[in-house]
Design a protein around this ligand. Sequence first.
Ligand SMILES: [Zn+2]
Length: 173
Amino acid sequence: MPELVLPDRLRGVEPVRSIRTPARLDYEFTAGRATSRFLRGVAEKRLLGQRCPVCRKVYVPPRGACPTDGVPTEEEVELGHTGTVTTFCVVNVQFYGQAMELPYVSALILLDGSDLPIMHLLQEVSADDVHMGMRVEAVWVPDDEIEPTLESIRYFRPNGEPDAPWDSYKDNV
Ligand SMILES: [Zn+2]
């Protein structure tokens, strides 16, 4: 292999080892039957889970089958718009494309009547005040902006109820 001969002006210059290139991926998501029913419910401002006939757990968003028992989950259960914070994360790191003001809180919220927490934003509360067991409620976008997406819930906020007891959500942490 011939030896690379650098011009004088490049002697001592650090070689390029990496470059950054903006990338963009367009994709379409096919929701499937169970998630489609859930998203159509959201478009009507309803939160619909599905109950497993064996273990009785209610999954939201439903996937159409219980991952534990491997059976279809066909019984539909309408859930409340309130829930309990099981765990949460305070985001302090700026990243590309971020729309939220720092710090903000992303939380796992166990909707009342369900057995699987959903991830969503917490707002109208200082990050320092967020804690496990906090009771919260959904804040929806205006009715004429509701679409079949979880973004139709703008965020959750504390609803003023006393904290949920640990036993009520310990299996979902
Ligand atoms: Zn099950």
